[in-house]
Design a binder for this molecule. Structure first.
Ligand SMILES: [Zn+2]
Length: 479
């Protein structure tokens, strides 16, 4: 028996036990029929753009926000990937709205999520280093939902969005679920079978169903932050694509997609699909050597900042709408709150993309390379090394151009033509000095952005050793 077979055998055994356990849990909760016909008719009625615009008049609507950590858009079928990694997400997008050119605001979870929730760029949230905390004065979407009478819950598995860092604001329940599996029955990391994962996204599903069972007759806002793609979780049932690091990433996407399939069918079983808006996105992508390194949280190239964003309605759009105009994670809540007629986030950098949805539905696509305004992404390259000073790297999108600017070393500026060179491989700084200068000024101006609505105060905490170890276990180099 060769090494990989040796490694596979315990996995097969683990998976058999896992499958039995999940099946028992599902039978016990009575949520999901065991035999699910893939062609089962979608229970939702047909809808049109007018129904999208009328969502704000509905008083029965729930919101399910699913975020898959570390999900690079181009690895999903519906974003053009040749592998069948995401059948459930593809189906979701096919009858909803898909944003084809989405930019996340950072490649590091905490920085990115602070911007996603507040609608403010990292230069304004000032959550850019490991001790930084989202201000308690920040206005968060869960607070808006809570005030509007929704029951609110967040279920998550990434320590960077711990309540300590200010992310629980507005949530009645905000928890990291306990593993439902026995210690010898847990998923493993494919790239390191010695690491047994403490839990997996099935635990999130379990807690989500508990919440829905308790609150199905009320209005609710439920946020699920999935972590198994970040952790390269291995499940034999969904391992279709080989053994390399990059293949393993695809396998974990397929696994999480299958978990999401159970989630969406569970919603149907509860009779909730016809009054639930599903919002799907990610906080950043993942690199596989495109600019020298693997992983994320080191720079802001396209492979770590181009993420999916999908909206799925209580009705099916036929055909679905694809928004080609560039959008950003800071636009996500301004759009959804606008769509639902709820109060806006104060002084947000993001904006509602509802006009772009309407334009796309009417076939009015922007010309290639033409789009409204700028987009920014930022990472502090010393975010985890608190003894060193800040070293921000900023990406600026303008039309077809994307600039990389490092505040500490402006001579290393890079410029890419996203139309000709979507993977950012050919630096055009020499050929395009005027564009370079213009965007450099934008980057410098961005770093001097005005303070957030809550003022200059940036709270921070000391991360204790226990929490530090948990974060290290995620693979982050925190010192
Ligand atoms: Zn993340």
């Amino acid at each position: 028996m060769n090494k990989s077979e040796e490694r596979d055998r315990p996995r097969r055994r683990l998976f058999a036990r896992l499958a039995a356990l999940v099946a028992l849990a599902l039978i016990a909760t009575g949520l999901i029929r065991l035999a699910i016909d893939a062609d089962e008719r979608d229970p939702r009625p047909r809808g049109t753009l007018e129904d999208v615009l009328a969502l704000r008049e509905r008083s029965d609507l729930n919101v399910l926000f699913v975020l898959v950590d570390t999900l690079r858009a181009e690895r999903l079928g519906v974003y053009g990937y040749e592998r069948d990694t995401s059948p459930n997400l593809d189906a979701l997008a096919a009858s909803g709205v898909r944003f084809a050119n989405q930019v996340s605001q950072s490649s590091w979870t905490k920085c990115s999520m602070a911007s996603l929730w507040t609608g403010l760029y990292p230069a304004r949230t000032r959550v850019t280093r490991s001790p930084d905390v989202v201000s308690p004065e920040a206005r968060m979407p869960a607070e808006i939902f809570r005030e509007a009478g929704f029951r609110t819950a967040g279920i998550w598995r990434n320590g960077w969005i711990d309540p300590n860092f200010g992310f629980s604001q507005g949530f009645e329940v905000y928890l990291s679920p306990r593993s439902q599996r026995r210690r010898d029955n847990r998923l493993q990391r494919i790239d390191n079978p010695n690491i047994t994962l403490d839990g997996d996204d099935g635990d999130i599903l379990f807690s989500a169903f508990e919440f829905l069972r308790a609150h199905r007759y009320e209005r609710w806002f439920l946020y699920l932050h999935m972590m198994d793609v970040h952790q390269y979780a291995y499940s034999e049932e969904t391992a279709l694509f080989g053994n390399s690091y990059s293949d393993s990433y695809d396998n974990s996407i397929r696994w999480v997609d299958s978990v999401l399939g159970h989630l969406f069918r569970g919603l149907e079983e509860f009779g909730l699909r016809e009054n639930t808006l599903i919002v799907f996105s990610s906080d950043h992508g993942e690199a596989f050597g495109e600019h020298g390194g693997e992983g994320h949280a080191r720079n802001v190239y396209g492979e770590v900042t181009e993420t999916p964003w999908i909206l799925s309605f209580p009705f099916q759009l036929d055909p679905g709408i694809v928004v080609e105009a560039r959008s950003e994670n800071v636009d996500l809540w301004p759009t959804v709150l606008d769509m639902l007629g709820l109060p806006a986030l104060p002084d947000a950098d993001g904006r509602s993309m509802l006009p772009e949805i309407v334009a796309a539905a009417r076939g009015e696509t922007p010309a290639e390379g033409e789009d409204a305004g700028l987009a920014f992404a930022q990472i502090d390259q010393t975010w985890g090394r608190t003894r060193e000073g800040p070293r921000p790297m900023v990406a600026v999108n303008e039309g077809r151009w994307r600039l990389m600017f490092r505040a500490g070393s402006p001579e290393r500026t890079e410029l890419y033509d996203k139309l000709e060179d979507p993977r950012e491989q050919h630096n055009l700084v020499q050929q395009e000095p005027e564009v370079t200068e213009r965007l450099k000024e934008r980057a410098v101006g961005y770093l001097k952005s005005p303070p957030p609505p809550w003022g200059e105060d940036t709270p921070s905490i000391e991360i204790d050793e226990l929490q530090m170890n948990q974060l290290r276990a995620l693979g982050y180099g925190v010192q």
